[in-house]
Design a protein around this ligand. Sequence first.
Ligand code: C2E
Ligand code: CA
Ligand code: CA
Length: 568
Amino acid sequence: MHESGVQVLLLGSTHAEYGRMEKMLSSVQSYRYHLIWHESLKAGEEAIKKGHHDVVLLDCQHHPNQALGILQTNLDRGSQLPFIAITESVDDIVAQQALSFGAIDFLALENMDNYVLSRCIGYAVEKSHVEQKLSQLNLYDPLTGVPNRMYFLQNLEEAIDKASRQQQNLSLLLINLDGFSRVNASFGSDAGDQLVTIMAERLTGCVRKSDSVSRLNGDEFALVLDDCEGHDDIALVAKKVIDVLSAPFEIAGQPLVVSCSIGIAVYPDAGVTVEDMLQSANMAMQEAKAERGCQFHFYNKTTNAEVIAQISLEQDLRRALRAEEFELFYQPRVSLESGETVGMEGLLRWRHPIRGLVSPSEFIPVAEESGLIVPLGYWVIQQACADIRSMDEKLATPLDVAVNLSFKQLQDSMFVDTSSRIIKQSGIDPSRLEFELTETAIMSNYQQTYEGMMALHKMGVTFSLDDFGTGFSSFAHIQRLPISALKVDRSFIRNVAKSNEDAIIVKAMINLAHSLRLKVIAEGVETLEQIQFLWQNQCDQVQGFYFSPAVSMKDFNLMIEQRATSII
Ligand code: C2E
Ligand code: CA
Ligand code: CA
């Protein structure tokens, strides 16, 4: 409360109503009231942000929804400012609504007099003082000991004020673990708590004292940097955070590697209010999450549009899965020794009712980010098994079928159980099915992947290493895995017949694979020269447009039949 009296902000009332209340308050002897009035709620919201008022009288008679919106915003910000709703009568429905949106009390104009008004204001101001004192005691997160959401919101508000006065930059980093809910689900909430506690320790340990780390909820932390010059400095801090969080966590006696995503909002470009800064950082975080592994992203104005586009693609994908719009196309794998098709790779296609055939590079990243890749991936496995069965009825020689696995599928704790059930139910021989995995996918969660691969390998399923040469792999690790083939990435094959350097690399890859007793499959083979080179260097199989792009099962069968007849 100010020395000079109680600062009362009146919003949304008409001039006549304002006059009436002004008169009531000035007749109160025991207190001095300063009544500030805005008829427009919009102007009132600005005044709330700027001013230091003791209490707000929010008139809900004229624009109830807008008034409730102001209460909601106040609630979201964790603000302590007390609101009294003004209604026409005691039984106005909006009175109850206002209370549920955090108003401290309500006053009906029909029975308002100077005594009721001043008592109600006094009560609201006192009550909010008590609450403020109580919440001071509640500013820290009990689990980790760092400031909680409420304290963070206050700090950010103050930091924004300071930055605006001193015309400085200010950045907000939102830090979120990827797949935290899965840690909780697979190891229990105690393990989740343990993870969050270590995370808080590491974060506090890696920033300066003046940069405050807070826990907003679950596995979401915020970091406010108040004097970082330019994006490079901020990026350095983000990288440091990524570094400390990517070291294995010891949870329930086991090492666990998690990745994180960071969304960054820089004041004033990303917003000048607490809400805008938070929203921008959140959007940037969504962007970061859309990319694999540890990533950080700065908010920029286009982020907004991109996130919205991604959300609608995600909804569209959900619908498509139900509407069965996906198809599995197949590309042949040809043996260089016999010249015959010995297998095929299943490649996903989306037959969109409006967009036509959509390629996986457009929708797989969104499916991975949203987790939809898990059910979609099961659909692929089940379809591949069904196609193996139907082909066996038509073709004399059995062809092996490979399908791609995403790193996200392997992180699903049910993956081994569900996929082995699908394979068993289909009745196929499991050794006819191969899973293609990239090095990055394997290394993103080595232990879990290793165990899953071993279990499936026991059943007879085989594995190959996809996009070989493009990711990071540790040979000590790869050697222990039940892999039977390496697929040399398209980028090395492209110039193999023209570039000496690429030729040397591919030869080395073939030797390496053979020394590990692995087959070698070249991807993206488009020319006869490439085939000659690969044949001379003992590459086992080739796959690429030279033979055929991926085609529907029907076309694939036709192609195989034609080849068979053309030989005869
Ligand atoms: P990938 O596993 O490396 O698949 C090979 C990609 O190269 C395919 O693109 C294929 O059409 C293309 N390709 C094959 N031969 C040639 C060639 O001679 N020249 C050129 N320029 N390209 C060739 P596609 O079908 O667009 O698939 C792209 C990626 O999407 C795949 O890369 C794979 O990572 C992913 N993907 C496709 N289907 C699935 C699926 O069912 N599940 C998962 N998780 N990922 C999938
Ligand atoms: Ca592949
Ligand atoms: Ca590949």
